[in-house]
Design a protein around this ligand. Structure first.
Ligand SMILES: *Cc1c(COP(=O)(O)O)cnc(C)c1O
Length: 484
C-alpha cells in the first residue's frame, strides 16, 4: 500500500480551501477586547490545502477503520455482532433525544414505560425480580453488584471478606470485587472445563460473600454442575453472582434465576443491539432476586395506578452509582430489539450463535489444538500449541488474519489455555462468511508449516504492519508536533 503523507506534508504554501467575498465590515482590533494570552497567534507550519485535498485525506483515514460494518469480527467474549441500524434510528427520535432527566414524571411517561417494559423483559429473560439501569457498562454493573452483596451481609451483621472467582474468569470480576474491598480467591477449573467442585468445597466457608460465575464460562462451555454449585454456595449462606455480559447462548432457553443465581449483570452493549467497544456509551443493568431488591440503587421505576413513577424509598439502597437513570438511548435500542424479535426471535439468536460456533469448532479442532473435548456454546477457544512447535504463536496467527480481512480473535485469554484464540462468530454471520474464515484458518495453519516467516511479519497488507506491542502499550506517542 502506498504510504500516504501526513496532512502537514501535503499542503502548498498559499493554497486555500474557501473563497469568500471580501469582508465589507470594518474589522475590529481584537487585542482591544481580549487579553493577549487568549488571542491565538499564527500556528507555525499550519498546512494549507484546498477543500478536495482535505476531503480526500480524511475520507481515506476513515477508511482505515476496521469495523463490523465492513468485515468479520470474531472477537470472543465481546460479541461483535451486527446491530440493526433501525434501532439507531428509533433511539434518535426527537421524542427520546429532546427530553431532560430532570423533567417531571408526568411529562416523560413514555420514556419511563420503555424502561419499565424493558425491565419486565429482562426479568423474564433472566428470572430476576427487579433491575437497575444505572450502571454504564459491564464492569460498572459488577461493581454495583458487589456493593449490593457487601451491604446485604453488613445489614445482617455478617461481615464477610471474600469473593471467589474461577481461574477462567473475566478480568473485570476479580477487579470489581477487589475495588469493593473484598479479598479475591480463585477456584480451579476441572479437566472438562467446568468449575472444580472439590476445590470449590475446599475454598468456600462462612467468610465467603459471593461466587462470581459466567455461564457459559469464558471457555465457551456450559457449566454442567451449576445446580450443585449453587447448592454448595447457598449452604454456606453465600450469594451466587452471574456475569451475563454475553447472554446470546441462553436467550429464551435458560434463565440464570432457574440455575440459582441471586444477582446478575447484563451487557446491553454486546447482547442487545448496541455496538460494543469504542462505539459510545454502554449499559450494564443489574438484576436481583426478591431478597436483594431493597439494596438496589435509587430511583427504581414502579407502576402505580397505571402511572409510571420514580421510587426513591428503597430501604437499604446502596445509593446512586451514576447520575440520573442510566444511558437511556441504549435502553431504547435494547427495548426495540427484544420486543421486535419476540420470544421466538430471541431463541433463534441462541440457536444460531451456538450452531455457528460449533460449526467452526468442528471444522478446526483437528487443525488447531482444543483443550477441552466438548461441544461449545456461543464461542470456542482454540490453541496454537500445534503451531508453537514451528515457532508460531497465537499472536502471529491473529496478525495474519488481518491480511485476509478478518479481525483477530481475542488472544491469550482465558489464561488457563496456552496460546489461546477465543473465537465468537455470533448469530449474525452467514455460512459463507464462516466458511471463508475456516478456510483462511486452515490456510494459515499450512503457512505456519511451510512459511513461518510470513506469519512472523504479518500483517503485510495493512497501512501499519506489526507494531512493537510493549512499546505501544507502555509509551504510546500519538501526537505529531509541527516542525519536528
Ligand atoms: C465484556 C465483559 C465484561 C465487562 O464488560 P464492559 O462493558 O467491557 O465493562 C465482563 N464480563 C465478561 C464475561 C465480558 O465479556
Amino acid at each position: 500500500m502506498e504510504k500516504d503523507k501526513l496532512i502537514f506534508d501535503k499542503g502548498r504554501k498559499g493554497r486555500i480551501g474557501v473563497s469568500l467575498p471580501e469582508c465589507d465590515i470594518k474589522e475590529i482590533n481584537i487585542s482591544e477586547h481580549l487579553p493577549g494570552h487568549l488571542i491565538r497567534k499564527d500556528i507555525k507550519d499550519m498546512p494549507s490545502l484546498n477543500e478536495l485535498e482535505v476531503i480526500r485525506h480524511y475520507t481515506k483515514l476513515s477508511q482505515r477503520n476496521f469495523s463490523i460494518d465492513t468485515n468479520f469480527y470474531p472477537l470472543g467474549s465481546c460479541t461483535m455482532k451486527y446491530n440493526p441500524k433501525v434501532h439507531e434510528k428509533i433511539a434518535s427520535f426527537s421524542g427520546f433525544t429532546d427530553i431532560h432527566p430532570l423533567q417531571s414524571e408526568d411529562t416523560v411517561q413514555g420514556a419511563l414505560e420503555i424502561i419499565w417494559k424493558l425491565e419486565e423483559a429482562l426479568c423474564e429473560i433472566t428470572g430476576m425480580k427487579k433491575f437497575t439501569f444505572q450502571p454504564s457498562a459491564g464492569a460498572h454493573g459488577e461493581l454495583t453488584a458487589m456493593f449490593i452483596v457487601d451491604k446485604y451481609f453488613k445489614n445482617k451483621n455478617d461481615y464477610r471478606k471474600k469473593v471467589l472467582v474461577p481461574d477462567s474468569s473475566h478480568g473485570t470480576n476479580p477487579a470489581s470485587a477487589n475495588m469493593c474491598g473484598f479479598i479475591v480467591e480463585e477456584v480451579k477449573t476441572n479437566f472438562e472445563g467446568g468449575i472444580d467442585l472439590a476445590d470449590l468445597k475446599e475454598k468456600i466457608n462462612d467468610t465467603v460473600a459471593c461466587l462470581m460465575l459466567t455461564n457459559p464460562n469464558t471457555l465457551g462451555l456450559f457449566e454442567k454442575d451449576i445446580l450443585k454449585v449453587q447448592d454448595i454456595v447457598h449452604k454456606k449462606g453465600a450469594l451466587l453472582y452471574y456475569d451475563g455480559a454475553n447472554l446470546n447462548a441462553l436467550l429464551g432457553k435458560a434463565k440464570p434465576g432457574d440455575m440459582g443465581f441471586d444477582i446478575v449483570h447484563l451487557n446491553l452493549h454486546k447482547t442487545f443491539s448496541t455496538p460494543h467497544g469504542g462505539g459510545g456509551p454502554g449499559s450494564g443493568p443489574v438484576g436481583v432476586v426478591e431478597e436483594l431488591i431493597e439494596f438496589l440503587p435509587v430511583p427504581l421505576i414502579d407502576k402505580k395506578n397505571g402511572k409510571f413513577v420514580f421510587n426513591y424509598k428503597v430501604n437499604n439502597s446502596i445509593g446512586k452509582v451514576r447520575a440520573f437513570y442510566g444511558n437511556f438511548g441504549v435502553l431504547v435500542k435494547a427495548y426495540a430489539y427484544i420486543y421486535g424479535l419476540g420470544a421466538e426471535g430471541l431463541k433463534q439468536i441462541a440457536n444460531i450463535s451456538v450452531l455457528n460456533a460449533n460449526y467452526i469448532l468442528n471444522k478446526l479442532e483437528k487443525v488447531y489444538n482444543c483443550k477441552y473435548n466438548r461441544n461449545c456454546m456461543h464461542e470456542l477457544v482454540l490453541s496454537a500449541l500445534k503451531q508453537k512447535n514451528k515457532g508460531i504463536n497465537a499472536l502471529d496467527i491473529a496478525k495474519r488474519l488481518i491480511d485476509y480481512g478478518i479481525h483477530p480473535p481475542t488472544m491469550y485469554f482465558p489464561l488457563i489455555v496456552k496460546e489461546a484464540l477465543m473465537i465468537e462468530p455470533t448469530e449474525t454471520e452467514s455460512k459463507e462468511t464462516l466458511d471463508y474464515f475456516i478456510n483462511v484458518m486452515i490456510k494459515i495453519a499450512k503457512e505456519a508449516e511451510n512459511n513461518p516467516e510470513l506469519l512472523h511479519n504479518a500483517p503485510h497488507n495493512t497501512f501499519v504492519s506489526r507494531v512493537d506491542e510493549v512499546k505501544a502499550a507502555r509509551e504510546p506517542n500519538l501526537r505529531w508536533y509541527p516542525g519536528k
